[in-house]
Design a protein around this ligand. Structure first.
Ligand SMILES: O=P(O)(O)OC[C@H]1O[C@H](O[C@H]2O[C@H](CO)[C@@H](O)[C@H](O)[C@H]2O)[C@H](O)[C@@H](O)[C@@H]1O
Length: 273
């Protein structure tokens, strides 16, 4: 039997105990890139760690709900994750675009907000702005992600683009979402924390596990902390990487990236029986 990591905080240990005691009242929510799927240079090539979806499927049979909470468009996460038609993930919920979109495996329904005018305007200006940096733009439809991972100087390009992208976003009423060698311009008004809280409320969860790897996950970790104050047990899991140091202080336990997440899910499934 795989061993469960021991949270470093009292609240985290209480969260884990509550999950194990009453899995049928638990919500397990995970980020996609860097948490379920290893980071790769081309976003289109990202796929879940081979052990992650089978482990998630095992857990899904025992908890109230499993969810993916991602900056990807919901339908992209569904496609890359291979979630559609998965027999054991029939109750999966995918909250995409930082909670602005939702896909339900149970119904196959996808809800997306109308296009934001600011994204349309920023799209036209972006190519000129990023051309010299070696960055490339991932057009997500209703958001634009500027990636520097494949630039000759990834960190330098990221630093150089921060200010001009922030100015572009401000001109067009967009939010700036920095992440792992990516700066995203997206419609304001949603975040992973609000999305997670709403799902916890909807499912009347008594325990929530959230796992994430990046700055966009901080809002979800804060939501778990807020839920604890309302009596909902919580466990905040950092999918650790050398790229993001800020998450350790905001989480209860760190595991080794997507492989560690898959191990954790497998160990949970074994405990649930
Ligand atoms: O909320 P997430 O599921 O973590 O999505 C956040 C962003 O992830 C993707 O970019 C990251 O993963 C890429 C593939 O491994 C990698 O090349 C890139 O450097 C990472 O930042 C995705 O492409 C973005 O659209 C997501 O918003």
């Amino acid at each position: 039997m795989g061993s469960l990591p021991v949270p470093t905080t009292d609240a985290g240990r209480a969260g884990l105990s509550a999950l194990l005691d009453q899995p049928e009242r638990a919500l397990i929510a995970l980020d996609f890139d860097g948490t379920l799927a290893p980071i790769v240079p081309d976003p289109e090539q990202a796929r879940p760690h081979p052990a992650a979806v089978p482990a998630l499927a095992r857990v899904a049979g025992r908890v109230a709900v499993v969810a993916i909470v991602t900056g990807r468009p919901a339908e992209v996460a569904v496609r890359l994750g291979g979630f559609e038609g998965h027999p054991e993930l029939a109750g999966l919920v995918v909250l995409g675009a930082y909670g602005a979109e939702r896909w339900d495996a149970a119904t196959g329904e996808l809800s997306t907000p109308p296009p934001h005018e600011g994204v349309i305007a920023a799209r036209a200006e972006l190519p000129g702005l990023v051309a010299e940096s070696g960055a490339f733009v991932e057009d997500k439809g209703n958001a634009l992600a500027v990636h520097t991972r494949r630039a000759p100087d990834p960190a330098g390009a990221f630093a150089a683009l921060r200010e001009p992208l922030a100015a572009l976003a401000a001109r067009h009423g967009l939010a700036v979402e920095p992440g792992r060698l990516v700066i995203e311009l997206r419609p304001p008004g949603s975040d992973k924390g609000a999305a997670l809280k709403a799902l916890a409320r909807e499912t009347d969860a008594r325990a929530v596990l959230y796992g994430g790897d990046d700055l966009g996950d901080l809002a979800a970790f804060a939501a778990v902390a807020a839920l604890r104050e309302r009596g909902v047990a919580g466990l905040r899991v950092c999918s650790g990487s050398a790229e993001v140091a800020e998450l350790a202080a905001a989480t209860d336990v760190t595991v080794e990236g997507p492989e560690g997440i898959a191990d954790l899910l497998t160990a949970l499934a074994e405990r649930f029986g």
